[in-house]
Ligand binder design. Structure first.
Ligand SMILES: Cc1ncc(COP(=O)(O)O)c(C=O)c1O
Length: 376
């Protein structure tokens, strides 16, 4: 009976399906290992811009506290303890934070506050895919504005793209995948002249040392989105936060799910913020390694790396095929992000800056791959 009912009247899903590009999930390491015939221990993820360091001190604290954690209860859904730690980290008041399950949930929450079906969002591209995805799911049309040839923001073109229907401008700063960081003055100009919400994703700001967070002290349309996934080595813990003016925060809080962080992740987040010196040491080390890797990549024929203010490096394959190079590196267990078909970064690959050993393994494989190309 139920079957025939379904046949007559198929389940209705939203019309948006087929009109938006879904997130391309990363292939799991075990699947890559099986495909290329390597043990999974040989597979190194250089495609997700995570830290090669474990948050040792926070994990040690968790080990000591684990037995006493009240996981039978819901977390304090005001996330007060974590907001206190974030306040200590950023210097902003407790009323200025929305704690989220990773930056991705922060982006999702922001779109829920600002976007009605039929609205528009403006996104300088190439950039992180989730801005377009979450906005499309809310029913917005995405207006992409190409970044300049040097990857900088085309401020005039972004402002020209803002219409009466525009509700949000998304900025990734520093930008993934290009690695560059826009000056704060440009962000301020976009916020003041457009008047719409400007969501600034600062997932990688610790690696560049510059932030636009202070703009949110005086501009209510600035929303800064951050994460502990990168510099704090906690991608698997899932903690992010939004920083905005108090009024904007109350709207953001109104649509946030009450319990999206676990008691365990809240503990780890607070511990990581308490051991900030460890994060700062790790960031210094990654920045040093980034400059060494950049220098090394500049010495390899056939690729052109771009400078970076993040924990990853984008490089263009100028002599050969990025897809073939990507496949070859993967066959050696090195998984890079393939951007070869992405507008603005055609024939480019992106690699995470890792440990000296892994960076050297990558550089060595690149050298031998490019030297062995048949057309040379
Ligand atoms: C620019 C940018 N924003 C947000 C995220 C996701 O962060 P989270 O792990 O906090 O959801 C990423 C992850 O790669 C990213 O590159």
């Amino acid at each position: 009976m139920a079957e025939s009912l379904l046949e007559d009247e198929p389940m209705k899903i939203r019309e948006l399906f087929g009109h938006f590009e879904e997130y391309g999930w990363e292939t799991p390491s075990w699947e890559i290992a099986a495909k290329v015939g390597l043990p999974v221990s040989m597979v190194v993820r250089l495609d997700t811009n995570t830290s090669p360091f474990r948050p040792e001190s926070a994990l040690r604290d968790l080990g000591l506290a684990l037995g006493g954690l009240e996981v039978n209860e819901y977390p304090d859904t005001s996330y007060l303890a974590l907001r206190e730690a974030l306040s200590g980290y950023t210097g902003k008041g407790l009323e200025r934070f929305v704690v989220t399950n990773g930056a991705d949930e922060g982006l999702d929450i922001a779109t829920k506050v600002f976007i009605d079906p039929g609205d528009e969002v403006v996104i300088p591209t190439p950039t992180y895919a989730m801005y377009g995805i979450t906005s499309s799911i809310m029913g917005a049309s995405v207006v992409s504005v190409p970044r300049r040839r040097d990857f900088g923001l085309d401020v005039e073109a972004i402002l020209a793209a803002v219409t009466g229907k525009t509700k949000v401008i998304f900025l990734c700063n520093p930008n993934n995948p290009t690695g560059d960081c826009a000056p704060t003055e440009e962000v301020e100009r976009l916020a003041t002249e457009s008047g719409v919400a400007v969501v600034i994703d600062e997932a990688y700001f610790e690696y560049c040392g510059k932030s636009t967070i202070d703009l949110s002290d005086r501009l209510e349309n600035i929303i800064v989105c951050r994460t502990l996934s990168k510099a704090f080595s906690m991608a698997g813990v899932r903690i992010g936060y939004l920083v905005a003016g108090a009024e904007t925060v109350s709207k953001l809080n109104a649509v946030r799910p009450p319990n999206s962080l676990s008691v365990v992740s809240l503990f780890l987040g607070k511990a990581a913020l308490a051991h900030r010196d460890e994060m700062e040491r790790n960031v210094r080390s990654t920045v040093e390694e980034r400059e060494k890797l950049l220098h090394r990549l500049r010495g390899i024929n056939g690729i052109e790396p771009y400078p970076s203010q993040t924990n990853f490096i984008l490089f263009r394959v100028v002599d050969g095929d990025a897809d073939a190079l990507h496949a070859r590196l993967m066959s050696k267990g090195l998984v890079l992000r393939n951007l070869s078909k992405r507008k603005g970064v055609e024939n480019c690959l992106r690699t995470t800056v890792s440990t000296p050993e892994i960076n050297e393994r990558l550089a060595g494989e690149l050298e031998s791959a490019l030297a062995r190309r048949p057309e040379r």
